[in-house]
Design a protein around this ligand. Structure first.
Ligand SMILES: C[S@@+](CC[C@H](N)C(=O)[O-])C[C@H]1O[C@@H](n2cnc3c(N)ncnc32)[C@H](O)[C@@H]1O
Length: 215
């Protein structure tokens, strides 16, 4: 079928390319991003079909750090639950999920890998979560324009336990989006200078930049 904007089917409109076009635009707002995710019914098949493997890198890092299976984990920006499923299938069963998209979280809930699911937007406001709650916080594919910002790490670090880890899988982007990664790195250095983070390691894995913070 010839495909122009008038004739596009719903699934074509929701294609990975169309959605990424909005989501990777430096002017994308948080409202626009969440609206895209809320209507992205084919997220799993689209991203996995295009070789997305951020969730697998998150698991690899959890295992490489020797994190015990009993660890209390928060999957920030859990989306449809790809990270949670990966962790669960490798024996990590004490996982909560947090995401701003009600619809993606509803998909995640059906996978039955999370203990608790919280439909919350991480921002500058304090979350209704006690400090020092989680041994590990994973943040996979969620730092970016219109998404989670570097300074939102303050809140992530607050709810993570001292001695715990924050594991971030961040897409390496071409200009102008590459500036975002630089801002993230600068903010982490600031957290380190303020003694809120003991150390951080960055690893480049093909197109994915892994960051883990030791608290
Ligand atoms: C690219 S998806 C990644 C989902 C999942 N982590 C994965 O690896 O498949 C980005 C997710 O970030 C969530 N998100 C964006 N901004 C957020 C915010 N401020 N607070 C919580 N979740 C947010 C979106 O709803 C979406 O589920």
């Amino acid at each position: 079928m010839a495909s122009n904007n008038m004739e596009k089917t719903t699934s074509e409109k929701n294609s990975l390319t169309d959605n990424l076009h909005i989501l990777l635009d430096p002017d994308c707002t948080q409202e626009e991003a969440i609206s895209v995710y809320d209507s992205w019914t084919t997220y799993d098949e689209d991203v996995i079909g295009h070789a997305y493997n951020g969730h697998k890198h998150a698991l690899k890092t959890v295992m490489k750090l020797g994190i015990g299976k009993e660890a209390r984990i928060l999957d920030v920006a859990a989306g449809t639950g790809l990270v949670g499923t990966e962790l669960y299938e490798h024996g990590y069963t004490n996982i909560d999920a947090l995401d701003a998209s009600k619809e993606l979280l509803a998909t995640a809930e059906k996978k039955r890998v999370y203990k608790k699911l919280m439909c919350l937007a991480l921002g500058e406001d304090k979350l209704d979560i006690d400090e020092d709650t989680y041994d590990v916080v994973t943040c996979c594919g969620c730092f970016g324009y219109g998404h989670i910002q570097p300074n939102h790490l303050n809140e992530i670090v607050r709810i993570a336990k001292p001695g715990g880890y924050v594991i971030a899988v961040v897409r390496r982007s071409p200009p102008p989006c590459d500036k975002f990664c630089e801002k993230l790195r600068e903010f982490i250095q600031q957290l380190k200078r303020n003694c809120l983070v003991n150390d951080f390691t960055m690893e480049n894995i093909q197109t994915i930049k892994m960051t883990y913070l030791d608290l």
